[in-house]
Design a protein around this ligand. Structure first.
Ligand code: NAD
Length: 252
């Protein structure tokens, strides 16, 4: 098992891709902290996943520094260590550029980009201290998107935030490489989760996505979880600063 005994925090893991990553990590024998703002879904996820191993839900808004600080402290308190962080929490806001409000721009950037920075920095500080004391380096996986490179007119803060996540991933990788800590990102195309619910209920939107997806289907959260396992594990020991796109061959 590549993640046997490792301790992982997965943010935004009460549902969707984060839940699938938490589930897969548990199957690989990791201990998992599910961090999410949604207490109801978080508690339900913890209950559901407990059959697979050691898992705890902890409430945290990744855009709030104090929440992130408390999350990291609580995870170390519960499991004694953090080996893996998956910065998965993310939100969208659809609006045309001319109508986009400042608050909505800030809200998306705060969760998707600043949240990745805050959690990444807090966990990295723990990992660096561990390495300095002779411990093994950890691995950080950030959730980007194919929209980091293909802009969409009505998802401006989202595309901008994910472009930022790619650059943050490279900068974190450079900064943490001297400690052996690897930082990579995953860039999914369209994956079947609540985030895509508007697409599911709109056949025209679904067809638009399929028409520019050569594999001809929408992806499954488990297909992203498989990449997270690989990047988090020692199997990816010489990979850092990269974004791996899983998008069905998506065309612009
Ligand atoms: P989702 O909406 O199904 O799940 C997101 C989870 O994040 C939810 O449980 C939500 O409660 C949680 N969350 C939201 N704000 C939070 C915050 N401030 N702090 C902590 N948790 C918070 O979405 P998903 O499709 O599973 O997306 C997961 C990640 O994958 C996101 O970063 C998203 O941008 C990215 N992504 C998704 C797709 C897709 O097609 N679904 C494509 C590319 C990238």
């Amino acid at each position: 098992m590549p993640l046997d005994g490792k301790v992982a925090i997965v943010t935004g893991a009460a549902g969707g891709i984060g839940y699938a990553i938490a589930e897969r990590f548990l199957r690989e024998k990791a201990k998992v902290v599910i961090a999410d703002v949604d207490t109801e879904k978080g508690a339900a996820a913890e209950k559901d996943l407990a059959r697979l191993g050691e898992v705890q839900y902890m409430k945290a808004d990744v855009g709030r520094r104090l929440d992130v600080h408390n999350l990291v402290a609580a995870a170390i308190d519960a499991y004694g260590d953090i080996d893996i962080l998956v910065n998965n929490a993310g939100i969208v806001h659809g609006a045309d550029f001319l109508d986009l409000g400042e608050e909505d721009f800030d809200r998306v950037l705060n969760v998707n980009l600043k949240g990745t920075f805050l959690a990444g920095q807090a966990v990295a500080r723990h990992m660096v201290e561990k390495v300095s004391n002779g411990g093994t380096p950890g691995s950080i996986v950030n959730m980007s998107s194919i929209n980091a490179v293909f802009a969409i007119a009505n998802q401006i803060p989202y595309s901008v935030s994910k472009g930022g996540v790619n650059q943050l991933t490279k900068a974190m990788a450079l900064s943490l490489a001297p400690y052996g800590i690897r930082v990579n990102a995953i860039g999914p195309g369209s994956i079947m989760t609540d985030m895509l619910s508007s697409v599911n209920s709109d056949p025209a939107a679904r067809n638009r996505i399929l028409s520019r997806t050569p594999l001809g289907r929408i992806g499954e959260p488990a297909e992203i979880a498989a990449i997270a396992v690989f990047l988090a594990s020692d199997e990816a020991s010489y990979i850092t600063g990269q974004t791996v796109y899983a998008d069905g061959g998506r065309l612009p």
